[in-house]
Design a protein around this ligand. Structure first.
Ligand SMILES: C[S@@+](CC[C@H](N)C(=O)[O-])C[C@H]1O[C@@H](n2cnc3c(N)ncnc32)[C@H](O)[C@@H]1O
Length: 271
């Protein structure tokens, strides 16, 4: 598994998250066609175990979906800082959540956290660590800002996550330049525990059982185009027609594997 994120990945990440447009296309597919109707963000929130007066930091908050979907059950005394390294993402989150006056917003790269030692009771990194170029730096910073016994929740996906989408693109054109779904294997379900165990204790992986059964080709095509495959307009049309034919082949129901989960760990009491 590659531990190195190259320059092209960095360009991909800044292009992908310039604003919320691409991410929203992906969230849409999951919201509409996931078989587990409980919902990822409600489930992710269930995994937190934080004190009622806790200080919480979210890294790579994206469009703030985690908080929007749990707004009805956030403890009144939590002090929450939402952060992202993308200005566009943070602006979108601020627009959606600022009215509640519950949140602070910060433009932050997860590798450099501008907070005092042992400041937070909880840090959340939801589907974002695999984008961070220097994982050691980020984990060391998270460790530094967490209080002893503070909790670190880091979600990610497994290597088989959305495999059928990658296979579909490959069937269309095995040579297509496409950064795919995950872009990097630097922090996945298969290798996350070992990385966390170097700094944190009680590392436990909770898996979220789910899959996608997509019944319309257009949202799937939009999802794939959100990852900007290098295609001319003609190829895009050809690809859309190809996906429609594939749907017919599968009687209008396209099954996609999902493999996602959250590592919950603790800052050691003595370190
Ligand atoms: C896949 S999105 C996840 C968004 C959100 N956590 C969610 O689950 O809906 C990844 C987010 O991480 C942010 N990101 C990427 N690299 C980052 C870094 N080094 N530091 C902080 N945020 C980063 C991106 O801008 C993007 O908003």
């Amino acid at each position: 598994m590659s531990q190195i994120v190259g320059l092209a990945d960095k360009q991909f990440v800044s292009d992908q998250y310039k604003n919320a447009k691409q991410l929203n296309a992906r969230i849409q597919l999951h919201q509409r066609f996931s078989t587990n109707k409980y919902g990822w963000h409600r489930w992710a929130f269930d995994q937190f175990s934080l004190p009622p007066h806790g200080r919480i930091l979210e890294l790579g908050c994206g469009s703030g979906e985690l908080w929007l979907e749990n707004i009805d059950r956030i403890p009144a005394k939590w002090e929450i800082t939402l952060s992202d390294s993308s200005v566009g993402m943070l602006q979108q989150t601020r627009q959606s959540l600022d009215h509640s006056h519950r949140f602070r917003f910060a433009l932050i790269d997860a590798q450099y956290l501008p907070f005092d030692n042992q400041y937070f009771d909880g840090v959340v990194a939801n589907h974002m660590l695999y984008h961070v170029p220097d994982m050691h730096k980020a984990l060391s910073e998270i460790h530094r800002v967490l209080k002893p016994d503070g909790s670190f929740c880091a979600s990610t996906v497994g290597q088989k996550h959305l495999q059928e989408i990658t296979d579909l693109v490959r069937r269309f054109d095995p040579q297509l330049a496409w950064w795919g779904i995950r872009q990097s294997d630097s922090f996945v379900l298969e290798n996350g525990a070992a990385q966390l165990a170097r700094r944190f204790t009680d590392v436990t992986l909770h898996r979220y059982e789910d899959s996608l059964v997509v019944t319309e080709p257009a949202p799937l095509v939009a999802y794939i185009f959100s990852a900007r495959p290098r295609m001319t307009i003609d190829q895009q049309v050809e690809f859309s027609n190809f996906v429609s034919r594939e749907f017919q082949r599968f009687n209008g129901e396209f099954y996609i594997t999902k493999d996602a989960g959250m590592f919950v760990s603790r800052h050691p009491l003595h370190s």
